[in-house]
Write a protein that binds this ligand. Structure first.
Ligand SMILES: Cc1cc2nc3c(=O)[nH]c(=O)nc-3n(C[C@H](O)[C@H](O)[C@H](O)COP(=O)(O)O)c2cc1C
Length: 481
């Protein structure tokens, strides 16, 4: 059964040991973030878990972070699939979107605060890089709508609490949310905006998909859920939001109103810069009874943000290559979990059909996304195992022949320090494609034949040697031995 809301999902995670409750009282001004940082900085990915802080100083309700993106296991649980089915699940949803339905009432509006009561200090908004950040901020789903077409968009845009009644939204110039807001403010009208805090997990995950304009994340969320998402109309702005969400913040952005945003800890691992960003005036806060507050852990990678963005966008690359560019020879794509979605390193597995095919596919990915590095390997390499990728690069890749550098690609990201000059200006960046597919048949692998290796496993066990699960790397190699 799909999860009805965030509570259902948290219960499932807890049952599977993927969520830990912290009973001791913690301070949201520093302790929540520092504990989350230890989880991501110290624990190996397969030992991470979501954090459920039961008692937060000065607040009645709990604060949760890391639950959606502790590890691939948590994302798989949110999608009701196995870890190695995440890409296939996302790809199927992209191919068969499912429209939402509008309902008359939703649990997210059990309690309604308007006017002066709509006060952000009601919420335990976390300070994420304590000691360095300017202010606490929301990291959750942001809903906007195009004035002319009516099309809605969901994205995650950091939102700084300026004072109890207003917030500054990090709507970067190229974002769909920014374009939507401008369709109102350019006409001299106030733009509606809403934050969705803790909804059905598929909505959170669909929000971080990098989709072309015109594709509605809520329809992908419906496809991931296997049922239409129920939406309810906001109380003070003309937007639809998920009916079973824990908390909704509604606001308006007036034309020309901006304020300084930042500095804040950024996903590239450094403190960011101060930018002028749109100011939102809060018009309502609605919530369920006893709401759960959620914020994604981001900043220094690896983090919840890098984990969910990387895992969800692997399916987007596959959709692009197979369905839009017709490259059926591509088997799989994975983005490393350490730099956040389409900005990091993508590894593509394929069966090249002609000389130069690997390079061509690598270049297609580099040219059509903001990814900085693309490595292409054969289908017999486990693209989620760095040691296997290293082996392919060592044994199948000649740097002079198999490297493509794409120069002067505009990377409009101030927060990536590698494309900044000494004065802090963004320079045209570059991209790297490495084709580590085999160019010739190098002959059989230097491993004993498969049946001999499998028989030797009996001897291994009989000798009382430590038990292990055969890694995919070894399976792929033994298959061909
Ligand atoms: C935790 C987290 C924080 C993010 N913060 C921002 C942000 O402040 N500004 C931004 O432009 N993108 C941010 N992103 C990335 C966007 O949400 C993401 O790329 C999304 O797909 C953009 O959607 P859009 O292209 O529809 O605007 C963040 C993502 C996550 C997971």
């Amino acid at each position: 059964m799909p999860y009805h809301d965030m509570r259902d999902y948290l219960a499932a995670l807890e049952q599977h040991g993927l969520l830990r409750r912290i009973a001791r009282e913690v301070d949201h001004n520093w302790e929540v973030a520092c504990l989350a940082k230890w989880m991501y900085q110290a624990l190996p990915v397969d030992q991470r878990f979501g954090l459920y802080f039961e008692k937060v100083k000065g607040f009645d309700g709990p604060v949760v972070t890391g639950a959606l993106g502790a590890s691939p296991a948590s994302v798989a649980m949110a999608l009701h699939c196995e870890v190695d089915e995440i890409n296939a699940t996302v790809l199927a949803a992209l191919r068969h979107p499912r429209k939402p339905v509008t309902v008359d009432a939703g649990a997210c509006q059990e309690i309604v605060h308007r006017g002066k009561d709509a006060n952000l200090s009601r919420l335990p908004v976390v300070t994420w890089t304590p000691g360095k950040d300017k202010a606490p901020y929301l990291t959750t789903i942001v809903v906007t709508r195009d004035h002319d077409t009516g099309a809605a968009n969901m994205g995650v845009y950091r939102t700084m609490v300026r004072d109890p009644g207003s917030a500054v939204v990090n709507l970067a110039p190229n974002r769909q949310g920014t374009k939507n807001v401008r369709t109102w403010t350019d006409k001299g009208k106030t733009a509606p905006i809403a934050w969705v805090i803790a909804s059905e997990p598929v909505i959170h995950l669909a929000t971080v998909l990098n989709l072309p304009p015109g594709r509605d994340e809520i329809e992908i969320a419906g496809a991931l859920k296997g049922a239409p998402i129920e939406l309810v109309r906001c109380k003070t702005v003309d937007l639809l939001v998920p009916a079973t969400a824990e908390i909704i913040v509604e606001a308006e952005i007036a034309p020309g109103e901006t304020d300084d945003e930042g500095p804040f800890g950024e996903f590239a691992g450094y403190m960011g810069q101060v930018e002028k960003r749109p100011l939102a005036r809060i018009t309502a806060i609605t919530h369920r009874r006893d709401p759960v507050f959620y914020g994604y852990t981001s900043q220094m990678p690896p983090s919840e943000s890098t984990t969910i963005q990387s895992l969800m966008n692997g399916g987007v690359i596959l959709h692009l290559l197979r369905d839009q560019l017709g490259e059926q020879s591509v088997h799989d794509a994975a983005i490393d979990l350490t730099f956040g979605g389409l900005l990091g390193h993508c590894v593509v597995a394929m069966t090249p059909q002609y000389p130069g095919h690997g390079k061509r596919v690598g270049r297609m990915v580099a040219d059509t996304t903001v990814l900085k590095r693309v490595t292409v390997v054969d289908a017999d390499v486990d693209i989620r195992d760095p040691s296997h990728i290293e082996w392919a690069l060592n044994s199948r890749f000649d740097p002079r022949r198999d490297t493509v550098i794409i120069d002067d690609v505009f990377v409009p990201l101030q927060i990536d320090p590698s494309v900044r000059d000494a004065r802090g200006h963004v320079t045209p960046g570059s991209k790297l494609v490495l084709d580590a597919t085999q160019k010739i048949d190098a002959g059989p692998f230097s491993l004993p034949p498969r049946d001999m290796m499998m028989r030797a496993l009996d001897t291994w066990q009989a000798c009382g040697l430590p038990k292990f699960d055969i890694p995919k790397r070894a399976k792929l190699r033994i298959e061909r031995s």
